[in-house]
Design a protein around this ligand. Structure first.
Ligand code: XMP
Length: 318
């Protein structure tokens, strides 16, 4: 039978045989798939692996540092690149959600290619492609799920940078990857991380993405994460996060009138991310989140809770 142990042993042996004495590059995000992939390759060929982590500046508060520390704690050789400026520059003036994704995708590839050249040469590229990604790339109607990988899909690399692909998770589903990860000693905290979209906070910062608005969103989102974790509700939501709207409303603070932006809190429960239900968070918890956000986050004076299911709404706002 296919136990995690058998799968791990088989994949490690295969990778070792294929790679020989060559070098392997692996883009890591801190997500389950890329982490399990990197650990398998590392077990197979050790220091011939080089991981590359790109901080897009579109991550949650503290996330870049946490991810890099967690991956290094697993013994992985990780080169971390801060490319926030390049991403912000690419996003300047852009408000259309799909245009944001396109710009982010191009920037990611440019940054990735530059650093792959600098760290290389590499014969192989390891990717955490799963079985559903393989299938969905042939089923365009399942667009929402299929586009999950677009930002890590390096099909658009410049022609002088070509790799042979190593995809050890190609025949596995997500829960099998988690079981494999647990067998490989990857901490629960990493395996249980909420899915986070490749374009990151850019698609939760509705309207133009500026550093100031990103920081506002990061601060509000950190409060949502903290309060959900503290109350135990984090486990009941597949994804929970803040969204910043480019809408201002009037408020009052002391004797002064304010005119500031709106934060939406979204928490959903779902099995497969194709449909989702909003989570009935207790009113006291919502009250604490809203009060903390308006008190602690400059530039926000109103908080809403999104009570729309998917469909017809999507999980993300963009
Ligand atoms: P929606 O918003 O379509 O999201 O209901 C379904 C799932 O996909 C994630 N998502 C993305 N992931 N790149 C990604 O890597 C994207 O462009 C993207 N858009 C949505 C979303 O977070 C949810 O888990």
């Amino acid at each position: 039978t296919w136990t995690p142990r058998a799968i791990a042993e088989e994949q490690i042996a295969r990778i070792r045989e294929r790679v020989g004495g060559e070098r392997v590059l692996c883009a890591v995000s801190g997500g389950v798939d890329s982490t399990v992939t990197a650990v398998l390759v590392h077990r197979a060929v050790g220091a011939q692996l080089q991981c590359l982590f790109v901080d897009t500046g579109l991550l949650r508060k503290g996330e870049g540092e946490e991810v890099v520390a967690a991956l290094r704690a697993l013994g992985l050789p990780v080169a971390a690149v801060n490319a926030a400026e390049a991403f912000l520059e690419a996003l300047r003036g852009v408000t259309d959600p799909e245009e944001k994704r396109v710009r982010i995708g191009h920037t990611f590839i440019a940054v990735f290619a530059e650093h792959a050249r600098r760290l290389g040469p590499f014969r192989f590229l390891a990717q955490g492609t799963l079985y559903p990604d393989v299938i969905e790339s042939r089923a365009p109607e399942r667009r929402a799920a299929a586009r999950i990988k677009t930002h890590h899909n390096v099909g658009g690399l410049p022609p002088d940078l070509s790799f042979e692909l190593i995809e050890p998770l190609r025949y596995l589903f997500k829960d099998e990857v988690r079981a494999l990860g647990a067998h490989l000693g990857i901490p629960e905290a990493l395996l249980r991380r909420q899915p986070f979209p490749g374009p990151g906070l850019a698609v939760r910062c509705v309207g133009e993405v500026t550093w100031e608005r990103l920081e506002r969103l990061r601060a509000a989102d950190a409060i949502v994460q903290e309060e959900l974790a503290r109350s135990g509700w984090a486990e009941r939501a597949a994804q929970a996060f803040a969204v910043l709207l480019p809408v201002r409303s009037v408020g009052v603070m002391g004797d002064a009138r304010t005119y500031e932006e709106v934060v939406v809190v979204r928490a959903v429960a779902t099995e497969d991310f194709m449909t989702a239900n909003w989570v009935p968070l207790p009113h006291e918890l919502l009250d604490r989140i809203a009060t903390r956000i308006v008190n602690e986050v400059p530039g926000v004076n109103r908080v809403l809770y999104d009570i729309t299911n998917k469909p017809p709404a999507t999980i993300e706002w963009e």
